[in-house]
Ligand binder design. Sequence first.
Ligand code: BGC
Length: 677
Amino acid sequence: MNINSLDRKMKSISALGVGVKATLTVGADDWHTVAVPRAGIRSMTLCDGPAGIRCEDPTSASPDNFNQHDSFPATCLPCGAAIGSSWNPELVFLAAAAVAREAKELGVDVLLGPAMNHKRTPLGGRNFEYYSEDPLLTGTIAAAFVRGVQSEGVAACVKHYCANNTERNRLTVDEEIDEDVLRDIYLRGFEIAVKRGEPYCIMGAYNRVGGQFCCENERIINGVLRREWGFDGLVMSDWRAVHDRVKALNAGCDLEMPFQTKKSSAAVARAVRVGKISAETLDKSVWRLKRLSALTAAEGHKPDYDENYIISRRVAEESAVLLKNDGTLPVGNGKKIALIGGRAVNPKFQGGGSARLNARRVTDIMTELAKRADVIYAEGYTEGEPDADKFAAAVKAAEAADVVIAVLSSPSTDDAEDRDRPGIELSPGAYRLVEELLKTGKPVALVLQSGAPVKIPCADRVNAILETFLSGSGGGEAAARILTGEVNPSGRLAETYPLRYEDCPAAPYYSESPETMRYGEGMLTGYRYYTTAGVPVAYPFGWGLSYTGFEYSDLALTQTDEGVHISVNVTNTGKRDGKETVQLYAKKRESLKRELIGFVKVEVPAGRTVRAETVIDPEEFAVWHDGARTCVLDRYEVVAARHSFDEGLKKNFAPVMPLQSANINEFNHKGEQIWEK
Ligand code: BGC
């Protein structure tokens, strides 16, 4: 839709009284905006997000506004950690569109997602919702999600802007980040999502950055987001993240959510009358709200829930990462499988907090595997204190089988909003169970259900490990299809699995209840640190095996007006069709070994060679330097690699940077006027 032509059709909002306009800038209740029918402004419905739609059933007997049990059943996508590991923006687009169709059916105008903060430490409670420890991967996936949602006439709301990387003191913590690090790591994903995804909304985070609350942060909202990036959509606050409504509105936060008291809008009206907020500032916010209601007014298609289930299963299939395999997987025909672990029947398929929803049609591994193979099940262990009898029954089942598949999850208290994880360990019982199973001498494959990196039991002694994350509605079927070889796994880690938490670069700076969180590791976050410092890891960023093998040859780079074209041959050396993600890294600055500049996922039939090609923005070579993004080296070593530690194929390249045109206040990044009365 052409936003400018839409603007012209709108009646002027200047004629509304200040009091009415002020009311519009605060939510009507937890999930709705205020309506002013005489001005053509309708009430909009806002719902979480991001794994699916959590929309309260108004007829529910005991609505509490945040309880997923009272919400309409919805297809649950795999969590963000999984989605990031798919490295497949096209599939993410389809999945997001599926969620939006379900939203539209329920009259939802704004989906509160994608959630896309940078994963600074594996302890972050909301990491399961977020995509990656690399801003390019994060931003690319987020942009695809935004486009998918908005393709169905629902607004996406990118959250939480910005640097919302911990749940410790999350409502007040001040993130102290050097400017170049803020720009290249913590803002970069948002910048990509804004410029390539063009979201209609952004949600300001709870925390502070540089001493100012994000929703009241003039520099971050009006400065970077609007003036520099040309964002022309609506900025809303996270729920109760506004402390000073006048400051927030002046900083560019258009909508305070949810409804708190009449005080907020009264304060706004008073501030306009005494000149503390300009009439134009208020008009702009109301105009953005009105435009949002016009952009989301379209009728939706009726969702096909069976199709959406299949989409959620496909995402689970493309995101599961085969971390280790000595040939035990896939389990061959006719083999007797001992399936161990309570999570095989009662999966941990989603995280906690605002992302949690009332999921429809959740499949489990037990049911799905039993349809495909000869399975004996024993619970063995799920959570809490281990039970000797259950252990004994599991060992007995293992002894009677050809192969053991043990399904384990992160503790149920992990992977939730409002609390960081205490560590990366599973419950002690999980480690003991695997020890017992290994004693039987049978091959043991582990299936993990976690929203963030975990310390994997006996990782060096088990025969295979499949990380399935919190894999949503179709996760059980997806896992069964991978375990039996119907599907060849193709997920690649979007974050490093460290050997020990203490190895993580942010660990020394990560305090228990911080007033201020100093990002002392600077640019050395995630794989940028491990590869530069040569610190060994359990599984590197970008890692993931397949049931086939891949080889690269003939890397080529050229530049045209379109961008930098990078291509490489990928040969499938095995007997199964498979998908490979070619990762492109460059050494962009002296202080770091390599940084991701592009990626492309390709399907390669068994025994064949496919040319993997992508076009990247030359800006990917640039870094934040002296107040601008610029190339600091003359030549770049570009590497096409299978993961962040892989030597890969190398070629030197000197990109030509296009001249940057300056953005000014009233234009978006495409040069279109973004504000007219
Ligand atoms: C979360 C947001 C969420 C909002 C509404 C907040 O606590 O941080 O992600 O969208 O609640 O549920």
